[in-house]
Design a protein around this ligand. Sequence first.
Ligand SMILES: Nc1nc2c(ncn2[C@@H]2O[C@H](COP(=O)(O)OP(=O)(O)O)[C@@H](O)[C@H]2O)c(=O)[nH]1
Ligand SMILES: [Mg+2]
Ligand SMILES: [Zn+2]
Length: 291
Amino acid sequence: MSALEGKITKGVGGLYTVTDASGSSLTCKARGVFRKENITPCIGDNVLVSEDNIIEAVFPRKNILVRPPVANIDYLGIIVSAERPVADTLMLDKLTVSAYCMNIEPFVIINKCDIASANDIERIQKHLFGTNIECITADCVTESGIEAIKSSLKKGVTAFAGQSGVGKTSIISTLLPEAELEVGQLSKKLERGRHTTRHVELHNIGDGIFIMDTPGFSRYDSEAADLKQLADCFPEFAAFNKKCAFNSCTHIHEPECAVKEAVQNEIISKTRYENYIKIAEQIKSRKAVYK
Ligand SMILES: Nc1nc2c(ncn2[C@@H]2O[C@H](COP(=O)(O)OP(=O)(O)O)[C@@H](O)[C@H]2O)c(=O)[nH]1
Ligand SMILES: [Mg+2]
Ligand SMILES: [Zn+2]
């Protein structure tokens, strides 16, 4: 077998599974020298594998989560449930901020629509009004919306995140090919004892599409460093912020703020803006602590 390029989809005890563009997998070891260079290959890495199944090179990373290490996430599917638990839009917006900070494109799945009222669903849709964040309604009981999720998945790695109990494992199971269903069920069981090992794996569902349950973002990965970066993580502000009276406008307390005006005119979602203020407060108080 000749040298090939692929993506690390699994790593257990120094053995890596590398999956190539055609979907076939190899078990590989890493070249010994990596340790000296301080490179540890991780899940999601795009790598070059030699003829004798040795990982020879790790290609530059687009992004990396720290713990557990996962590289090169392209899309973040933020799952909220319309009911049980009621959607936490602040958490949703924090996840979109984390995603944008890491150059990841977020989208939202409103799950459990089978038990939610139209009002509950609308509240979340209204929250996202004015953004270009795709929002899919779904449920795992009738499987409505599952096809829509499938067809919205793009080439690359999609990680799914959301608070516990929203249906992440349920949705991921519906997306896995049959051969992997067992893995899904197994990892569901493993999850109960998860405080010991955090098992991460990329599932190849064909056409170059990989999905994973997220380990979750930590603040070390992905918090906005300052208010400027935070505002950039609300892309819907971009159409207005150049019209603010002050160049350095933070859109919080300044007069003649075009962003605040757009909120008043209901062009920018008021609840998203309110969450922007809340996250900004947190960034400011964090600065005060670490100064
Ligand atoms: N009614 C309803 N229940 C769901 C749906 N999706 C998941 N559940 C249930 O919600 C609970 C949590 O689901 P799970 O997939 O484990 O959530 P996770 O913690 O986000 O991985 C389980 O009891 C699921 O059976 C749904 O669309 N509708
Ligand atoms: Mg789960
Ligand atoms: Zn402003």
